[in-house]
Write a protein that binds this ligand. Structure first.
Ligand SMILES: Nc1ncnc2c1ncn2[C@@H]1O[C@H](COP(=O)(O)OP(=O)(O)OP(=O)(O)O)[C@@H](O)[C@H]1O
Length: 327
């Protein structure tokens, strides 16, 4: 795999001491790499540094083996889309899209052609004459992405681009982005604090915690093998049970198998049944008064009532040292 962006020993320390420290990261060509973590963990700081919007305290950033650490944003082969839609409200979609191309002295007929093609790509054909205020949030964000793509960046940087959109449009936009990225073979660095979003669009995810990388891996690697309790708590749903040895046992909800009272060795009582669309979450109280949750199908959930005696088995779990505080 070709390394497109290399982040080497990068530290960015703000005046108040916050920031990111000693970040090392290789981003491959044609991948969507997501920086994921809670607010303030340093995702945006890294993304902005790649785009040239943050002063680097130490370390370097290379794109296609060329050092770009101190270049101005406009001199880098990157395109950035921010949280808001950042279209110019007084300009038509056409003028918004044409702006960067005109600066690059692209010929008028060519600009027209490129804008037509990119609007087809983001599935908004024929909206050249509209103004941003006449578009929905999702449409505006597609235009913002189209504007970045038009300049053919080597790397597309997206900072929570869908966070202002409602859940359904957000999901559609994820699929759209994945399609566009594959159509154009783009290298994308994506920032989000939404683990579901990260899981669904990324080739690889960087889970961040307080200015450093906690874990880097494919969505499956991170889901199946979280290397710390912090990562385990951040990705997907988990049961955390304290053990007698002072460690914490982490169990995915799908790894708690439940059945009638005689089925498994471990016994429990049904505390609550919560329907969540096509499946349900069964809450159990174990014999030593611990609480466990399990995913069951709707059909399965209909077999139980609160207070029923049932049995369970833990199919898979991981142990973490208690020393590591849950965040
Ligand atoms: N310009 C700045 N000056 C001082 N501190 C800053 C500045 N920008 C960010 N920080 C601090 O640096 C840390 C990392 O911030 P950053 O914006 O990168 O986090 P984030 O993970 O992107 O968070 P969010 O999801 O809220 O955007 C935070 O503690 C933040 O308060």
């Amino acid at each position: 795999m070709t390394v497109k962006v290399k982040v080497k020993d990068l530290s960015i320390i703000y005046d108040n001491g916050d920031g990111v420290r000693d970040v090392n990261l290789d981003i491959y060509e044609n991948e969507i790499l997501t920086l994921l973590g809670p607010s303030g963990c340093g995702k945006t700081t890294i993304l902005r540094a790649i785009g040239g919007f943050n002063k680097v305290t130490q370390g370097s950033i290379l794109i296609d083996d060329q050092e770009i650490t101190n270049l101005e944003p406009e001199d880098r082969p990157t395109g950035m889309v921010f949280q808001g839609y950042n279209l110019w409200p007084h300009m038509s979609v056409y003028d918004n899209l044409a702006f960067g191309l005109k600066l690059r002295k692209v010929k008028k007929v060519e600009i027209k052609e490129k804008i037509k093609n990119v609007l087809d790509l983001v599935k908004l054909p024929g909206i050249e004459k509209k103004y941003p205020a006449q578009l929905s949030g999702g449409q505006q964000q597609r235009v913002a992405i189209a504007r970045s793509i038009l300049l053919e960046p080597a790397v597309l940087l997206l900072d929570e681009p869908f966070s202002a959109l409602d859940a359904k449009i957000r999901q559609e936009m994820r699929l759209e982005l994945k399609r566009i990225q594959q159509d154009l073979n783009l290298t994308v660095v994506f920032v989000t604090h939404d683990q579901e979003e990260a899981m669904s669009i990324s080739d690889r995810i960087v889970v961040m915690d307080k200015g450093h990388i906690s874990q880097l891996g494919t969505p499956n690697e991170i889901y199946d093998n979280p290397q710390s309790q912090y990562v385990a708590s951040f990705i997907g749903a988990m049961n955390f049970l304290p053990t007698e040895t002072g460690q914490t046992m982490a169990i995915r909800l799908e790894d708690v198998l439940v059945g009638p009272a005689s089925m498994y060795e471990q016994k429990a009582e049904v505390e609550a049944i919560m329907l969540v669309g096509h499946y349900a979450i069964l809450s159990l109280k174990t014999q030593n008064n611990q609480h466990l949750q399990s995913y069951v199908t709707r059909t399965e959930s209909a077999k139980y009532l609160e207070g029923d005696a049932i049995s369970y088995q833990i199919a898979k779990y991981q142990m973490y040292d208690k020393k590591e505080a849950l965040q």
